[in-house]
Design a protein around this ligand. Sequence first.
Ligand code: SAJ
Length: 412
Amino acid sequence: MRLCVLGLGYIGLPTALLLSQKHQVVGVDINQKIVNTLNSGKLPFNEPGLDELLTRAHGNFSAAQKVVEADVFIIAVPTPLEGSMKIADLKYVRSAAEMISLHLKDDNLVILESTVPPGTSERLVIPILRRSGLKTFYFSHCPERAIPGNTIFEIVNNDRIIGGIDKTSNERTKAIYASFVKGNIYLTDAKTAEFVKLMENTFRDVNIALANEFAQIAEESNVDVWAAIELANKHPRVKILKPGPGVGGHCIAIDPWFLTENSTKFKIIPIARQINDSMPNNVLLLVRKLLKELKEPTIAVLGVAYKGDIGDARETPAMKFIKLAENEGFVVKVHDPYVKEFDYKILGAEDAVKDSDCIILITDHNVFKEIDPVKMAKLVRKKNLVDTRNILDHEKWRKAGFTVEVLGKISH
Ligand code: SAJ
């Protein structure tokens, strides 16, 4: 079978490479750099297991900037948020569908993996494909569900939802995914599949917001929220998530808005978004508490990736925190061992911490646990630490002379 995968990002590329183990696959991306990098046998980004897949793809995979004829087309392009309006920007989905419509042949199958607002397949994508003039093409929405940092394992092992426009679309899509998915595959219609995907990410966002609200109430009540959550989670039906400096990434902070954009019936979803978006402000309160009236302080931010052990800084809550801190007149220095591209210069750990008045841990990278507080104490100007993820050994830092504030925890 010949497949054409549109969008070679963190879902499209692993999917294309998994498919190329059994089929002929052309991966299409508008970014020439990505296409050239792949065609020279290199990866445009890292993800565990991706290099092995590329090596194993042999002659079955190639990258191109233009759509080619195929039996099956998979759309895995980004669906960003029109920031201030809180609605989906579907320009990449629209243009992918337009490009496919020019190459569509009888009996072709088109699969949409990108996350979209409910009804997008029926109202936008299928009408564009119909412009090809064909009566018999097949279509399904098969939303991706894999977590960055463990994408390939999850693409292979997670259950999948397929929402086809008819029985044949469902069966043909299932046959394709069954060639590399070990999880169960469930069949439904396109709009339900769109809704399911959005509910999953909204569920996580709302639950993180609840953990963040618990953290703030706990601070006010002089309770250690981390200890309290651990105990509450001993209940067989309770699983509270972790508080933190906010929610980042290109999914959880965005997708809940796709659910609300055509609705008048929502209440909790925007409130949860607001709580998570306000967490950088709460981190700043902890920093102010430590710095008091210090004039022109310098602060060191540890971690700008949106979550631990990855190099992805998209929608990171670190950005809002840094901007708020700059607006207070703070000088901000930044360190992250994994992030390569960021609006601020990324320094080595020691350079970032040197002569700073407060260290603020934003991202839960495991390597930060190895930092020696005694060494840090010699570098800094003032010994202050804010741990927004509760991952450091606070006793060790206090012994080295640091005053420590932990998000969601009473200070000592
Ligand atoms: N976070 C917390 N507390 C927690 C868990 C996460 O503050 O207890 C924060 C993280 O630090 C991060 C953000 O939330 O800033 C999101 O991280 P995440 O690990 O929850 O999720 P993503 O955005 O990396 O991936 C999510 C996943 N969705 C769900 O778990 C429901 C993934 O399965 C999806 O495929 C992905 O979105 C997507 O592409 O939609």
